[in-house]
Design a protein around this ligand. Structure first.
Ligand SMILES: [Zn+2]
Length: 225
């Protein structure tokens, strides 16, 4: 079976939602008004991120210090290594932004993975966001539906599209995935909408579900739960 794996970042590769926590922690005002508007689709992620960025104040070093506290799914690095050994492509799709995701991946020596996301940079103590991948549904900053279609076309890929995600921004990816792994909010959504999916808690569950020879021999057992 040929696979192309797409994975969300926040809460999927990182154990917690780094972007949400970052924007909440350094916001000059309470952002709870936005969560409500976003979850009820009155505003899209792009608009939400723009407002959050306007409310944000932190220096680059404060951001780095904050991001460095977050943890990775402990199985993800060996999952990446396994995919490489089998020539299975992996792309990270995120509706967060590159500033903290790149830092996080670099911390774990995973910065070689293709990442498609929104762009964010700190100028002084302000956050500037930009949306270089704003096609698709018009609501997302980086629409995962459109991005998966583009990448599959670019790579001339024929086979099964695997997607793993946990949140609201992953809903756009559902229709593109042949095999959908869902946790947290995305899992609840799939259950409520009767969308076929495989529940997962860590990349160990994904490895087990996809590959007969998982786990890779070198990995210690019992690291998943
Ligand atoms: Zn979308």
């Amino acid at each position: 079976m040929k696979y192309f794996v797409f994975a969300d970042f926040d809460g999927t590769i990182s154990t917690e939602d780094v972007g949400y926590n970052l924007l909440t922690h350094f916001s000059t005002v309470d952002n709870s008004d936005l969560s409500e508007l976003w979850m009820t689709r009155q505003i899209g992620a792009r608009e939400c991120l723009q407002i959050e960025a306007e409310r944000f104040r932190a220096t680059h070093s404060e951001v780095i210090e904050f991001v460095d506290k977050f943890e990775i799914d402990p199985v993800f690095p060996s999952f990446v290594e396994y995919l490489r050994s089998k020539d299975i492509p992996l792309v990270i799709l995120s509706d967060g932004f590159d500033l903290y995701i790149k830092r996080f991946l670099k911390n774990h020596s995973l910065d070689g993975i293709e990442l498609i996301t929104n762009s964010g940079r700190i100028i002084g103590n302000r956050l500037e966001v930009d949306f270089p991948h704003d096609g698709g549904c018009g609501k997302c900053g980086a629409c995962k539906s459109e991005l998966i279609r583009e990448i599959v076309k670019r790579e001339n890929f024929e086979g099964k599209i695997v997607f793993a995600g946990d949140g609201f921004s992953d809903i756009c990816a559902i229709d593109e995935a042949n095999i959908l792994f869902a946790k947290n909010y995305l899992r609840t959504y799939c259950q409520e909408e009767n969308i076929p999916h495989l529940p997962f808690d860590s990349f160990d569950d994904i490895g087990k579900a996809l590959f007969d020879d998982w786990p890779p021999a070198r990995r210690r057992s019992g690291a998943s739960k």
